[in-house]
Ligand binder design. Structure first.
Ligand code: G4P
Length: 533
């Protein structure tokens, strides 16, 4: 392996071309449609619809995880890479509702920016909110896309208020709609006051040709709707809702675009905003807060593990986000956890579930390493100067289930599987130190339980009896508060392998009452917390 003299310059140049982001949205807001349209504009698919069609084909011939076949769902998160206007765009897919899991959150730790898609009829919804909170915890810059404007919906000014008041993010519209939702005429681009006329393509299977109309003609043709939009813009100017790079990059304001992904309208604006506004990969801070320069030797961290994709090969795919330097397939990196050399002969990129071997990658890119069974979520890989990146956080679980082996003679297998899957971050494992020996597994999405049971049975030979409990939320607590809580009903205090004590509650109202009656008790809200070591 050789790193040529011009590599540092090349790395800086390549990193500057890259934009790595994720889409956050509630199910049905239009994430899949928008993803397809991005690929369509990026030339990665010739006709939109190909992603779904491809997914269908894949499901038909997929030989991994029968569960996926049986249920027709995709457990794999995908990383899509395409070029657009001399940039390399990495779109990290955040698994959706049915396969929502901690992975959905973890993916955000590898993104430099997020696009928040809102349905104009619905505004901020629960899943958007959860994902948004994870972005906020990392100060990830967010671009907002107000989708489905071709359909009836809510007043956009009201939605701006909702975004600001509910999530304390200041929207700064860059395009503003002419016409009400359902009677969409187009958008005014506030940067140059041009009017882009809305037209329906045939469900948007091809990139739409845009008609840009000068303001005078638009005022004449669109009449009152145009006048109302101009007044709206004047109001936005007066209240200072204007794009501001600094507050956007700090995660406190959000440039907003209006469109209709289904008909391709607004997709170009959004894609260009990602290139122009979203940050390129920059030096990532290590555990001590020291940034690792983008042009230092290769480094990256694992943000997701997918095991047993192919059950005939028992493989183990680790997704690594490149943070610095140039990754070359075949290079030998050092595994931060063990200090051991790690060969990267089998490096792949993912497009849906289809793998392609890749030979090189730059900061911002994601590399899939096959047969990486020694790697764990959060692990660092590096070449040259050692570096350790901060661990990936764990997240507040919302589902809790007791788990025991069906066949007690398989207890040893059960125990080692439990340990392994906990280390891989498939579920969190909670135990009662002085009581019930039956462990509890905790997750943010039901899919995690399904993967957990499936893998215990298939890889460790321990079929399990998993029973969901009525606990709904967890708070971090301390031994003194735990003692008080143990005297009450409807609450259970358990410990996790990192030593944290978690109090589980069944009833949110009762928890709220305890919080107000006992302000001295420690009942910390968990959103994002340091990872289990
Ligand atoms: P998701 O990934 O966020 O869950 O949403 P998805 O893109 O699957 O979109 C959910 C539904 O909303 C789809 O309809 C999709 O066609 C529709 N949709 C997305 N964007 C727009 C838009 O801009 N305008 C309108 N009118 N509809 C939009 P579906 O009937 O559930 O699926 P399909 O039969 O169209 O595939």
């Amino acid at each position: 392996m050789s790193i040529s003299a011009e590599t540092p310059g090349l790395v800086v140049e390549q990193a500057a071309r890259r934009r790595t982001f994720a889409i956050i949205s509630h199910p049905d807001a239009g994430k899949t449609t928008l993803t397809e349209k991005f690929l369509l504009y990026g030339g990665a698919v010739v006709e939109a619809g190909a992603v779904k069609a491809r997914a269908g084909r894949r499901a038909a011939r997929s030989d991994w995880m029968e569960m996926e076949q049986e249920r027709g769902i995709s457990i794999s998160s995908t990383v899509l890479q395409f070029e657009y206007r001399d940039h390399v765009v990495n779109l990290l897919d955040t698994p959706g509702h049915r396969d929502f899991s901690e992975d959905t959150y973890r993916v955000l730790s590898a993104a430099d920016a997020a696009v928040m898609v809102l349905d104009v009829a619905k505004g901020i919804e629960s899943q958007t909110l959860k994902l948004f909170e994870v972005c906020r915890a990392r100060n990830i810059p967010i671009i907002t896309f107000l989708n489905k404007y071709d359909r009836p919906g809510r007043d956009p000014l009201e939605l701006l208020d909702e975004i600001e008041s509910q999530i304390n993010l200041r929207p700064t519209p860059v395009t503003w709609p002419v016409g009400i939702p359902g009677d969409f005429r187009g958008v005014i681009d506030r940067r140059d006051s041009s009017f882009v006329k809305f037209s329906r393509t045939a469900r948007g299977t091809r990139a739409s040709a845009e008609e840009i109309v000068d303001p005078e003609r638009a005022a004449h043709e669109e009449g009152e709707a145009y006048q109302a939009a101009r007044e709206g813009i004047q109001l936005l100017d007066e209240v200072g809702a204007v794009y501001d790079r600094e507050s956007f990059l700090a995660g406190s304001s959000s440039p907003l675009f209006v469109g209709s992904a289904l008909t391709n309208f607004g997709v170009r604006h959004l894609l260009e905003a990602i290139l122009e506004m979203a940050p390129a990969p920059s030096a990532r801070a290590d555990v001590s807060g020291m940034p690792r320069a983008i042009d230092s030797a290769f480094s990256g961290f694992v943000f997701k593990i997918q095991a047993n994709i192919d059950r005939f090969h028992r493989d183990h795919l680790a997704f690594v986000r490149v943070c610095s330097g140039r990754f070359e397939r075949g290079m030998v990196a050092t595994h931060g956890g063990s200090g051991k050399p790690f060969a990267t002969k089998y490096a792949t990129s993912m497009f849906g579930a289809e793998r392609e071997t890749i030979d090189e990658a730059y900061p911002g890119d994601v590399v899939g390493l096959v047969n990486a069974s020694d790697l764990r979520i959060g692990d660092t890989l590096y070449v040259g100067e050692p570096v350790v990146f901060p661990p990936i956080p764990t997240f507040a679980p919302e589902l809790f289930a007791t788990v025991r082996p069906r066949d007690t003679s398989r207890f040893k297998q059960f125990r080692s599987g439990l340990q392994q899957l906990e280390r891989e971050g498939v579920v969190q494992v909670l135990r009662d130190p002085d009581g019930d020996p039956v462990p509890m597994v905790a997750a943010v999405g039901r899919m995690q339980f399904e993967v957990f049971s499936h893998r215990l049975q298939n890889e460790f030979g321990a079929e399990v009896d998993l029973r969901e409990t009525t606990y709904k939320m967890a708070r971090r607590t301390d031994p003194a508060t735990a003692q008080e809580l143990r005297r009450l009903g409807g609450v259970k205090v358990l410990s996790r392998s990192d030593g944290e004590l978690l109090a589980l509650f069944e009833n949110p109202y009762w928890l709220a009452r305890l919080e107000s009656d006992h302000p001295d008790w420690r009942l910390d809200h968990i959103l994002v917390e340091p990872a289990v070591a």
